[in-house]
Ligand binder design. Structure first.
Ligand SMILES: *Cc1c(COP(=O)(O)O)cnc(C)c1O
Length: 421
């Protein structure tokens, strides 16, 4: 459920007509709904009701500080995967003790910044990282709280580029070696081993892979406790999928996911963390773009729009589907025709949809890409010297630009020219 609905024949974000935002900021742009962000956060928070828990938003999904603040004020913690994200979360007012630090390649510098600034825990992904973390902590006279990310060798049954829990993936420590690695960590004076971490992938549309992974985490918890470790926190990762096609079957609900967590690990008495990203931000954002040309090709028509793969790379990168809807509501029963919907970038991969049935559209018409709130704006680039597109946040009948479109001057001035030229 989201808050992007037609009212009086035009698409709205909550109470704001999309066409008003387009008139104010120009196209293309991203717009997020506060009510949808909060609703999704609350679904997770309530799904873990009765357990000691923290919902740590995986901010790589959409990391604008206004989004972080909206969620943090509702009680969210943050999952960060770089020092840049850590500093961004801090800038948005999130205290260090509500930030968990994930990622396979944390550098000594990144670790130092987080230890000095305060951190809830590091989710350690390898033995060399463990050694660096121990050394940096000791050099600062601190003790670093850690979990170790285990790789449970579970098939998440999702797109290969976002599966992370199989043994061939780069993430985590093989579960078969976990006890040995925990023993090493337990002996390091700069580390406080607080728990176990697992994250098996993204856009999971079934509960079963979670079930298998969490069963393995529960078994490992008991084994590690028997080995003498004080395991008191379980970070169960993110990954719950969202419905990208409204016509398709729905992925599991957060409530059922929460019930699964209680069933699998509730008896262990651990504090529970989860790290959802996509499910919180995905359907809370859309990308709005205008038609530049309708071009008749050989046997097919192209809608050439002003948004492109640099603004929303998911279709090019993951073969992802986004529902694309006109901002002016089509008359009921209107005849649709197939279009290839493409951007202006000089790559054939800059194709959002092939032979998509759309009502007739003409130059200047606005279209909205639904479910673009997660892994949309954050993955955008300036390829083809196209400015990063604005982000807008709506709350009720208010809207605000939360990242302005840079000018061409700003972009061009960033290059510096060597003196020999
Ligand atoms: C990306 C990521 C998440 C969030 O995944 P979603 O599918 O967006 O919920 C959570 N934890 C870690 C460690 C991640 O890398």
């Amino acid at each position: 459920m989201d808050h992007f609905l037609y009212r009086n024949g035009s698409l709205h974000a909550e109470d704001v007509p999309i066409s008003d935002i387009a008139a104010a900021v120009g196209t293309p742009f991203y717009v997020y709904s506060t009510a949808t962000l909060l609703r999704h956060f609350t679904l997770f928070d309530e799904a873990l009701d009765g357990m000691d828990h923290m919902v740590c938003y995986a901010m790589k999904a959409a990391s604008n500080q206004a989004i972080l603040m909206t969620l943090a004020q509702a009680g969210a913690g943050m999952d960060v995967v770089s020092v840049g994200e850590y500093l961004r979360a801090k800038a948005a007012g999130v205290p260090g003790e509500r930030i968990v630090f994930s990622g396979v390649g944390k550098t000594a510098d990144e670790i130092r910044v987080a230890l000095e600034g305060g951190i809830r825990q590091f989710n350690v992904e390898s033995e060399p990282e463990m050694e660096v973390l121990n050394a940096v902590a000791l050099s600062l006279g601190k003790i670093a709280p850690i979990t170790i990310r285990i790789n449970p060798d579970v098939d998440a049954r999702t797109h290969a580029k976002i599966a992370t829990g199989k043994s061939e993936n780069k993430f985590g420590i093989p579960i078969a070696r976990a006890r040995e690695v925990y023993a090493r960590a337990g002996a390091m004076p700069g580390l406080d081993v607080v728990g176990i971490d697992v994250h098996i992938g993204s856009q999971l549309t079934e509960l079963e892979p979670f079930e298998t992974a969490y069963r393995k985490v529960a078994e490992l918890t008991e084994a590690l406790r028997a080995d003498g470790h004080h395991i008191r926190r379980l970070d169960l990762g993110g990954g719950l999928g969202i419905p990208y096609e409204q016509s398709n079957s729905a992925p599991p609900l957060p409530l059922d996911y929460g019930a699964l967590i209680k069933r699998k690990v509730g008896h262990l008495g651990c504090e529970i963390e989860i790290e959802p990203g996509r499910l919180i931000a995905g359907n809370a954002g859309i990308m709005v773009s205008a038609v530049i040309y309708v071009k008749q090709g050989e046997g097919r028509d192209f809608l050439i729009i002003d948004g492109a793969m640099n603004d929303l790379i998911r279709p090019a990168m993951y073969d992802a589907h986004h529902d694309i809807v006109p901002v002016v509501e089509p008359r009921p029963g209107i005849e649709r025709q197939p279009y290839d919907i493409v951007g202006p970038v000089c790559e054939s991969g800059d194709t959002f949809a092939r032979q998509r049935a759309m009502p007739p559209l003409t130059a200047g018409d606005l279209v909205a890409f639904r479910s673009a709130g997660a892994y949309g704006a954050v993955m955008s680039s300036e390829y083809n010297t196209r400015p990063l597109i604005p982000e807008v946040l709506v709350k009720g009948d208010q809207f605000a630009v939360i990242r302005p479109r840079p000018t061409f001057d700003e972009i061009i001035k960033r290059d510096t020219i060597p003196e020999w030229l």
